[in-house]
Design a protein around this ligand. Structure first.
Ligand code: ATP
Length: 382
């Protein structure tokens, strides 16, 4: 694919009421609505079994929806077989042909595309290899390449067909951590270059936060929250999303006034100001604050949104430390402290004050959503 060819627009997706119930009654996708703009890097993020892959497979046409619609560039693709859809898929396993060299692997799909004259194939394959920076490896066999290089060939093989939408199912999942990191940046840069829509499936929160323009967090076949990485991280609406994306301090609180905006809440015997969503009733609820927003201070500091605590445990991580602080009501919060050379480190047993700024302390809209299932916890821990 040439860069010019990629800038032709197209590749918008509209999903309406999409549902998939497998034989035996297992509901993998439970009525999702989703719009992906042309040229967007969009991720489906969630724990194992939440329905990400099934959604992707319905987009690709490998799986038939039980209900709902998928429109690509405004056209309902229900009756369109996979190879006629303007999409292509890259899987976790590269599935390259071992007996063909890299060049032939990339050319393979073009052989079946009647719209591409034989004479055009060379230019397209060369351009696709250049796009993934693998030109010099054209004559190698797949077993003479590293895992990351093989995945780049799999990408070239998908891109050479010039899809409007590229579907990526955990494409970095089989690679080691270091390679995954460098490929994230390469993949994002590649998407910007080709300008086509990417729909990326992952259970790795960091991956989704780093790479996506927008993402949908899924659980049990549903979309729990949809937005930019920043919005979802900073303003999680539910306990599930707060907990799945990064580290979250979740606190049992009482909302004093059910007003939207900054309003007083009770945490044990203390009154603090917090962000309370419009429509939240006064009474019990849960609030979230990220560890980097919990500030540790000396005991003599006083002022709003501060309360006393006792350092329980310090985990030294080099540039930062995780400091666990026990609050007077018995709950525990985690503070992320930057380790500057001159700072006196905190130790367990230290008395302290913690400050939780009112704009970072947010009462959740839905605090009754989902306890972790065992399977979910395994994925998060991993
Ligand atoms: P993972 O990250 O583990 O791949 P996922 O979020 O992609 O998980 P899906 O593969 O979409 O999840 O599966 C969603 C649910 O549907 C799971 O409970 C799964 O067991 C079920 N499921 C998937 N495929 C089938 C099938 N062919 N028949 C019956 N149930 C299925």
């Amino acid at each position: 694919m040439t860069e010019d060819a990629a800038q032709t627009g197209g590749g918008s997706i509209a999903i309406r009421g999409l549902r998939k119930e497998f034989e035996g009654g297992s509901i993998a996708v439970d009525g999702i609505d989703l719009d992906v703009a042309s040229g967007e890097f969009f991720s489906l993020l969630g724990p194992s079994g939440c329905g990400k892959t099934t959604t992707l497979r319905m987009l690709a046409g490998f799986e038939q929806p039980t209900d709902g619609q998928i429109l690509i560039d405004g056209t309902d693709v229900a009756q369109t077989p996979p190879h006629k859809r303007p999409v292509n898929t890259v899987f976790q396993s590269y599935a390259l042909f071992p007996h063909m060299d890299v060049w032939k692997n990339v050319e393979y799909g073009l052989r079946w595309d009647k719209d591409v004259p034989k004479g055009d194939r060379k230019g397209k394959v060369d351009a696709a290899l250049e796009l993934v920076e693998m030109t010099e490896y054209a004559k190698r066999r797949p077993n003479q390449l590293s895992g990351g290089q093989q995945q780049r060939i799999a990408l070239a093989r998908a891109l050479v067909l010039e899809p409007s939408v590229l579907l990526l199912d955990e494409p970095l999942g089989a690679l080691d951590a270091k390679l995954r990191h460098s490929l994230r940046a390469q993949l994002t840069a590649l998407q910007r270059r080709v300008g086509i829509t990417f729909v990326f499936v992952t259970h790795d929160q960091e991956e989704a936060l780093e790479m996506s323009d927008r993402l949908a967090v899924m659980s049990k076949g549903r979309i729990m929250q949809l937005g930019t990485p920043r919005d979802i991280y900073q303003y999680p609406q539910s306990e599930f999303v707060a907990d799945f994306l990064g580290v979250a301090n979740l606190l049992d609180i009482e909302v004093s006034e059910g007003a939207g905006g900054t309003a007083p809440i009770r945490l044990g015997d203390f009154t603090l100001d917090a962000q309370v969503p419009a429509g939240h009733l006064s009474g019990p609820g849960r609030a979230v604050i990220r560890p980097e927003s919990v500030h540790l201070e000396e005991t003599d500091l006083t002022g709003d949104n501060r309360l006393p605590g006792m350092v329980e445990r310090v985990v030294y991580l080099g540039s930062t430390s995780q400091v666990y602080v026990r609050l007077p009501d018995g709950s525990s919060v985690q503070s992320l402290v930057t380790n500057a050379v001159h700072d006196e480190p905190w130790s367990s047993g230290d008395a302290c004050r913690i400050r939780m700024p009112s704009d970072a302390l947010r009462v959740l809209e839905h605090s009754d959503v989902h306890a972790w299932s065992d399977a979910d916890s395994d994925v998060k821990a991993g």
